[in-house]
Design a protein around this ligand. Structure first.
Ligand code: ZN
Length: 65
């Protein structure tokens, strides 16, 4: 992912990030980790299922804008 915001890895100061799907021990759900492309330090965790996109689909089906 190209980074235009100036975000930096807290570990190596790298400026490239990637996401990977993981199933951590004791987690019932897959999670999407955002991590530094060079040193693999995890910066953030997202839900694997994109809740925002799901809600949008439901709203469209219900005819709500
Ligand atoms: Zn890094």
């Amino acid at each position: 992912m190209t980074n235009y915001s100036g975000s930096k890895c807290p570990s190596c100061q790298g400026t490239f990030f990637e996401t990977v799907v993981e199933s951590p021990t004791n987690s019932n759900y897959k999670l999407q980790f955002v991590r530094c492309s060079s040193c693999k330090t995890v910066i953030g965790v997202l839900e694997y299922f994109n809740v925002g996109a799901l809600v949008e689909k439901i709203l469209l089906k219900l005819g709500i804008n």
